[in-house]
Design a protein around this ligand. Structure first.
Ligand code: ADP
Length: 283
């Protein structure tokens, strides 16, 4: 006979054990002889593997869906353009379909870039190339980029302290664009997002506040984890749950900090800070 069960150790801890037992006859039945093996580590490892495989399958499902949506839309635009090209078409008629196809290519590029970044982070190959630059100009560049794609939201700058920073401009802009686009995406019924740039002795802090759906307290601890999406909101908004994970890695590579404050139904503030003490040294 063989069975496994959880066994309460003398220290109160529960551990999995595998028990083998054979009946002893001498000549009548006189008990069992067998062994008890501690298999707690194997059980935990198997459980972790099952959880990981489940997460991987969930991710593959989401990723395929996220890739399929722009491909389908691009295919539709190209089919219409193909039909139009067979007629004596008015050139102004094709522009919206070209714009739509370009938008979808941009979406696909963003997804693939995020996936490549995760691979780079995992293999320790994410490059950070620092230089001194004007932080306010860089914030303005991000605002200009985002406003091209949003018609509804106004991006308002509150506090705006001038600063030179020593950092990887492209990577820090990637973080800011991620925070700004999340603020817009997760506040569909509001039209304002507020940006603040402040300085506290050794740090420069950039924060983005939205007045959108917010994040429940019990979900906040996982918000910077890879593949994490708040379940309740993930059905209504597209995304792979990689942006904040990549952003927090970029900030930690700059020896900075990243955090958030949020109230469900009221909105969120996402922020990061960069140490300007060390930045000045390099400058
Ligand atoms: P994505 O938006 O692609 O899912 P992110 O890593 O950028 O991935 O964000 C992870 C999750 O955090 C999102 O799925 C969403 O549930 C939550 N989240 C991020 N930013 C906000 C925000 N400003 N307001 C509410 N929820 C947010």
């Amino acid at each position: 006979m063989q069975t496994k069960f959880r066994f309460r150790h003398v220290n109160g801890e529960y551990r999995w054990v595998l028990v083998y037992a054979n009946p002893l006859f001498d000549p009548d039945f006189s008990g069992y002889i067998g062994s008890m093996i501690d298999i707690d580590e194997q059980e935990r490892a198997q459980k972790a593997t099952r959880t990981l495989l489940k997460k991987r399958d969930e991710f593959l499902g989401i990723a395929s869906h996220e890739l399929k949506t722009p491909i389908t839309s691009m295919k539709a635009s190209l089919q219409i353009l193909e039909k139009l090209s067979e007629t004596n078409f008015d050139p102004t008629k094709i522009r919206p379909f070209i714009a739509m196809a370009n938008k979808q290519v941009r979406k696909l590029t963003e997804i693939v870039d995020d996936l490549l970044d995760v691979t780079r982070i995992q293999s320790g190959k994410m490059q950070i190339n620092c230089a001194v630059y004007n932080f306010q100009d860089s914030v303005q560049d991000c605002i200009n980029e985002i406003t091209q794609y949003t018609t509804k939201h106004k991006l308002v700058i509150g506090k705006n302290v001038p600063a030179q920073v020593y950092a990887d401009r492209t990577r820090i802009e990637q973080v800011m664009v991620n925070l700004l686009s999340n603020a817009i995406k997760y506040s569909p019924n509001r039209d304002e997002v507020v940006i603040n740039i402040t300085k506290t002795h050794n740090n420069l802090k950039f924060s983005v506040t939205d007045f959108g759906i917010g994040i429940a307290k019990d979900k906040q601890a996982h918000i910077f984890d890879r593949f994490f999406r708040v379940h309740e909101s993930s059905q209504n908004f597209s995304g792979l749950g990689l942006g904040l994970y990549i952003s927090s890695e970029i900030i930690s590579r700059h020896k900075g900090k990243m955090g958030m404050d949020s109230e469900e139904g009221k909105g969120s503030t996402f922020w990061f800070s960069l140490p300007i003490g060390t930045l000045k040294q390099h400058a």
